[in-house]
Structure formats: structure tokens, C-alpha cells
Design a protein around this ligand. Structure first.
Ligand code: KG4
Length: 338
């Protein structure tokens, strides 16, 4: 019998639902929340309320687009953490209700596993998927990690940020430039027209495979502060060069540690995931690095980089095959590692 999994994602400010049949994606629906834009960041209470409004129509649309009736579902997978507790609670409670009502098992998914396993989401039978082991550079608004992936449920963090995540570095610097939230995509757009060598910002000297982005953020801030003193229009006049130079520095920091990880492990396949892996410069740099070093790159489709339910359904599918189900007293968790 076919295994049909409904995945639910509600860890931050996007409500997602996706349906996977025997590992093939049938539908992937996402409702993004615009309500946070005017606050310059996600407001947790508003996010939870928007999830409550979105979740029924989003799940309904995902089932309809997949052409699947809820009676055909084998299990419901949901993001249990990490994320905003109120937001996670909406997805978790909905999954419990559906599981009880339909008498099907429930599978809890670690959001970070989801990002890593997004590379296994196939839209057609012959879509390529990575072979184990591979290295995954997980770069999002909340995480920057280098992960050694030995199996669907066997992942080891080799290095991670000791302060800000890569996405935070993009967003916070963008905010200083007066760009809307989240700033990452705006920096990406502006960087395409700028000179990446024009400005030099501080790069961290952290031993091992750990990252740090807070020094870069401070150096960006000081550059702007000093320049604005003599020219109040400095940001407006130089925004493309500022964006390009910032993006280039973030990419250099990311690649420096990735190179070390590849050297240390001898692993020949490199994947990227998380919101920042949507960045054009990051994608091009990884492709180029892999090409030059005869490594196999896995660059996800842009719709699978930021939060989405397809990856949750996929991670849930693997756990379902292992019969790893979740009890009804499961509570969401705000923080968890791989
Ligand atoms: O994985 P994700 O959707 O969720 C969280 O971590 O919450 O990542 C969101 C992050 C934000 O920091 C956003 O600015 C960044 O991904 N991002 C980008 C781009 N698209 C999204 N950063 C740089 N360039 C992009 N094109």
C-alpha cells in the first residue's frame, strides 16, 4: 500500500503543508505572513495567531492539490522544534487533532533535520538525491552549521556559529541600511549590481569549524556610522557596493570553514540548505568550489531553501518507514540541536 504523509510546518512565520506519496512530492503549500514587515522582525504572538488562521485552509489546499483525500493519509508529520513555541504549538496541536480524528500515527520532525533532508524531496522518480555520507552547510535565519550526514537519522554537527547565524548577519546589516525585513533577499538583489571588492569588513579568527558573524556585523555598522558623519547620503549612494561587499564577506567566511570540513572528513558531496542557501552569490560560490575540487554539489530549488512543509513531510516519511511515531503527550520544543 502507498505511504502517504501530510507534513505540517509552523516553526516561525510561514504556515506550510505538503503531501508526499512514496517519497514523491504531490503538493507543497505555503502561506507567508506579511503582518511582521512593519515591525522589522517576526512578532511571536502575531505569528501564532496567523498560524491559527492559516492552518486549516493551507492543509485543505495541500490535500486538494495533491488529489488526496484525508482518509488516504498514512501519517501526519509536524515540526516539533526548534522554533517559536506559540507557532510550534499550533502545528503540533493540529497534528494531534488530525491524528486522533483519522486514527493515524503522528511523526515529530526536528526542523533542522528537515532542512538537511530537503535534498531527498523528489518531484519525479529520477530526480537525483545525495548519497551518504555528505556534508550539509545549513545556513538560515537561526542557524549556521556544518553537518556530517551519515544517514537519514544519523547527523553530526562538525561546527556551528558561536553568535549570530548567517541569515542574522544579512538581516541585521540590511536593517542598518534601512532595507525591509527580512533583508537577505534585498542584499542579494542589490549585490548583483555592486562591486564586492569596494569595502573590507572584519573576518573572524575562530579556530576549528565554528563560525562567528558578530564581528562582521559590528565592523559593517562602524563603517556606516563613520561614513554617515561626513556624508549623510552615504548609504543611499553606495548601497549596491555595500551589499555586494557584505555578501562577499559572508560567503568567504562560510566557504573558509566548508573547505576545512571537506579536507578533514574527505567527504566528496556537499549540500547546502536553509534560507541563506537561496542567495545567488552563495549558490554560485558553492557550485564553483565544487567544480574546481571535483566535488558533487547539491543546491536545493529555491522553494526548498526557506521554511517549507515538503522537507517536514520527507523527514516524516523516513521516520514513518522506521516506525518512529510520536506520543500524544509530546510538547513542542523551542531549542534543539541536530
Ligand atoms: O530557513 P529560513 O527560512 O528560516 C529561519 O531560519 O527562520 O531562513 C530565513 C533567513 C533570513 O535570515 C533571510 O534573510 C535569509 O534566510 N534569506 C536570504 C535569502 N533568502 C532568504 N539571505 C540571503 N539571500 C537570500 N536570497
Amino acid at each position: 500500500m502507498a505511504v502517504v504523509i501530510l507534513g505540517i510546518e509552523s516553526s516561525c512565520d510561514d504556515t506550510g503543508a505538503a503531501v508526499i506519496r512514496d517519497g514523491i512530492l504531490l503538493s507543497n503549500v505555503l502561506a507567508s505572513q506579511k503582518v511582521h514587515e512593519e515591525y522589522g522582525g517576526v512578532v511571536p504572538e502575531l505569528a501564532s495567531r496567523a498560524h491559527q488562521q492559516n492552518i486549516v485552509p493551507v492543509v485543505d489546499t495541500a490535500l486538494k492539490r495533491a488529489g488526496v483525500d484525508k482518509s488516504e493519509l498514512s501519517a501526519v508529520a509536524f515540526t516539533r522544534g526548534p522554533g517559536l513555541l506559540g507557532s510550534l504549538l499550533v502545528g503540533t496541536s493540529f497534528a494531534k487533532g488530525l491524528s486522533l480524528g483519522l486514527r493515524i500515527p503522528m511523526v515529530d520532525v526536528n526542523h533542522l533535520h528537515g532542512h538537511v533532508l530537503s535534498h531527498f524531496v523528489r518531484e519525479k522518480e529520477d530526480d537525483p538525491v545525495p548519497e551518504f555520507p555528505f556534508i550539509c552547510l545549513l545556513i538560515s535565519g537561526g542557524n549556521s552549521q556544518i553537518i556530517l550526514v551519515n544517514g537519514y537519522n544519523d547527523m553530526k554537527v562538525l561546527g556551528q556559529t558561536i553568535d549570530d547565524a548567517a541569515g542574522e548577519a544579512f538581516d541585521k546589516c540590511a536593517k542598518v541600511m534601512g532595507l525591509p525585513y527580512p533583508g537577505g533577499p534585498h542584499i542579494d538583489r542589490l549585490a548583483a549590481e555592486g562591486d564586492p571588492t569596494r569595502f573590507k569588513f572584519a573576518k573572524p579568527r575562530i579556530p576549528g569549524l565554528d563560525y562567528s558573524f558578530s564581528g562582521l556585523k559590528t565592523s559593517f555598522l562602524y563603517t556606516l556610522r563613520d561614513a554617515i558623519r561626513t556624508n549623510p547620503d552615504f548609504i543611499e549612494e553606495n548601497k549596491a557596493d555595500l551589499a555586494a561587499s557584505l555578501q562577499a564577506t559572508i560567503i568567504e567566511i562560510l566557504l573558509d570553514k566548508l573547505r576545512k570540513a571537506v579536507k578533514q572528513t574527505g567527504v566528496r558531496t556537499v549540500a547546502i540548505g536553509g534560507g541563506v542557501s537561496a542567495n545567488s552569490g552563495v549558490r554560485a560560490a558553492i557550485e564553483e568550489y565544487c567544480l574546481k575540487n571535483s566535488l558533487t554539489p547539491f543546491i536545493p530549488k529555491r522553494s526548498f531553501t526557506t521554511d517549507n512543509a515538503a522537507m517536514v513531510a520527507m523527514a516524516g516519511y523516513f521516520k514513518y518507514l522506521n516506525r518512529e511515531f510520536c506520543p500524544y503527550d509530546a510538547a513542542p520544543y523551542a531549542r534543539v540541536t541536530i
